[in-house]
Design a protein around this ligand. Structure first.
Ligand SMILES: [Zn+2]
Length: 477
């Protein structure tokens, strides 16, 4: 890992010349805003939903489209096949034995399914601009965020301004389904991707007045539980009472996994959880938060969670056990008096440093099997997983990030943890030895993974400015 100095090497670049060059980059960004918004809007029209096989063609078209945009600005671009969805790799022009620091910018062009469609005010794949936001599935997660970096690099290349870093974009199409093909791909191209660090904008900031670098992420372990009872749905009047109801059994089973304050009841679950330090809790307290505003934004009646932790801590630094979906019996209009033949649920468990997904899966499986009644047959299948992530909040790269954010947003930046998962950051560390700098542009009300997802056009613009400054900070080593 190269050591990154803070700020710019003034001896090498006299301030006036540097300022003039940066100014032309910044001017380019301002002058092209409306085209940049049009480009994003076009990008958002692709229903690149990685979870649904019927969208394979849309995914392919979307990858080709973004690759075309990379080529247009002068990046050496490839659309790389994998056994899943293609990965777009685009490199800034560089000299053969370039001595500039090399950074990766990671993003993903796939999106979450838009369901339930009826809750969208405008169609998810027909982007609409209102109140300074662009509304569409994938706008903030993640098309808008990585496009901001692409536009900043465009500004350097199109104004003929020397980029202080060599940059390689890796834009994949399977982030929302666990990035299973990216890891072997990075492994295979390890030499090409050798770098000083990875820049990822796929997280958020508390508000434009509190720009933030994220230094920790939660991990994830997904699983599916199915309880089978009778061979077919039964008449609840004729047979009910003598045969177990799998839907009821599933509810009772789930109630034995987490108590009504959010504490997970699986034996051993908290064994590896690293305690929060005083410094971390102080930093977390700086994240602006009001329970009332938070509840209003989310439309929820009351704050929830284990006693002794703030809402900010609960949603970023504590593990969870969540049911994501429940399926059983009759769900159509009116009633149908049956004992359903089976019930199933999808679960994700959010993990914090240093919990390990496979250990947790083993513990959860053992617990479920132990508490499951013999009146149903239980099947448990593990799904995608990702380790939690933690980097030193005081590293040089984090400092360069904080400085770029301050320049773009005009406010002191903070370090924070985030509750989401980006499993690939751990693989970048394992395979390339590189830390990831998380510079999230999403705002708390962006509705990631929810209906009416949006991205603030001001965040988009400031994201480009931040990125432009970032390469100066990271390059001045
Ligand atoms: Zn996502």
């Amino acid at each position: 890992m190269l050591s990154i100095q803070r700020g710019v090497n003034l001896a090498k670049h006299p301030p006036s010349r540097l300022n003039a060059r940066m100014q032309s980059v910044l001017d380019y960004i301002e002058d092209n805003q409306s085209r940049f918004v049009d480009d994003l809007s076009e990008y958002l029209r692709f229903p690149s939903i990685s979870a649904q096989p019927e969208h394979k063609k849309d995914i392919a078209a979307c990858s080709k489209w973004i690759a075309g945009k990379c080529k247009e600005i002068g990046l050496k671009t490839e659309v790389c096949k994998t056994s899943g969805q293609p990965i777009v790799v685009a490199r800034t022009p560089r000299k053969k034995n370039s001595r500039k620091p090399h950074y990766l910018v990671y993003g993903h062009y796939d999106v979450q399914p838009p369901d339930p469609l009826e809750l969208w005010k405008t169609p998810p794949f027909k982007p609409q601009i209102a109140n300074g936001n662009i509304y569409a599935r994938g706008s903030t997660d993640n098309k808008g965020q990585h496009m901001a970096h692409l536009k900043a690099v465009e500004a350097y290349l199109k104004t003929g301004t020397d980029l202080p870093c060599d940059i390689t974009f890796i834009i994949e199409g399977e982030e929302e389904v666990g990035s299973s093909n990216l890891t072997p791909f990075v492994q295979k191209r390890k030499k090409d991707f050798k770098c000083e660090g990875v820049v990822v904008s796929d997280t958020g900031m508390p508000s434009p007045k509190h720009p933030a670098v994220t230094y920790a992420l939660r991990g994830v372990m997904a699983l599916e539980v199915r309880l089978d009872g009778p061979a077919r749905d039964l008449h609840s009047g004729v047979f009910g009472g003598s045969i177990e109801n799998p839907a009821m059994a599933l509810c009772q089973l789930m109630a034995k996994c987490r108590n009504d304050r959010g504490k997970v009841l699986v034996p051993g679950f908290y064994d590896d959880v690293e305690k929060l330090t005083k410094y971390e809790r102080e930093q977390m307290a700086k994240v602006p938060h009001s329970d009332r505003a938070y509840l209003k934004m989310l439309g929820s009646p009351k704050i929830f969670g284990e006693p002794g932790y703030s809402a900010t801590e609960q949603r970023s630094a504590r593990p969870t056990f969540e049911i994501n979906g429940l399926t059983s019996g009759y769900q159509g209009e009116g009633s149908k008096t049956i004992v359903p033949s089976y019930a199933s649920c999808k679960i994700t468990i959010r993990l914090v440093p240093n919990q390990k997904p496979q250990t947790i899966l083993r513990q959860v499986k053992a617990h479920l099997k132990k508490v499951c009644p013999p009146s149903v047959k239980i099947t448990i299948e593990g799904g995608h997983e990702g380790d939690p992530y933690l980097v030193a909040p005081k590293s040089d790269q984090v400092q360069a990030g904080l400085s770029a954010l301050k320049k773009a947003f005009g406010h002191e930046a903070i370090v924070m943890r985030e509750g989401g998962s980006i499993p690939i950051v751990n693989d970048f560390k394992k395979i390339l030895g590189a830390d990831t700098l998380l510079l999230g542009l999403a705002l708390p009300d962006d509705n990631l993974h929810s209906p009416n997802e949006k991205f603030s056009l001001e965040q988009y613009r400031k994201g480009m400015i931040m990125s432009a400054h970032l390469w100066q900070g990271l390059g001045a080593s």
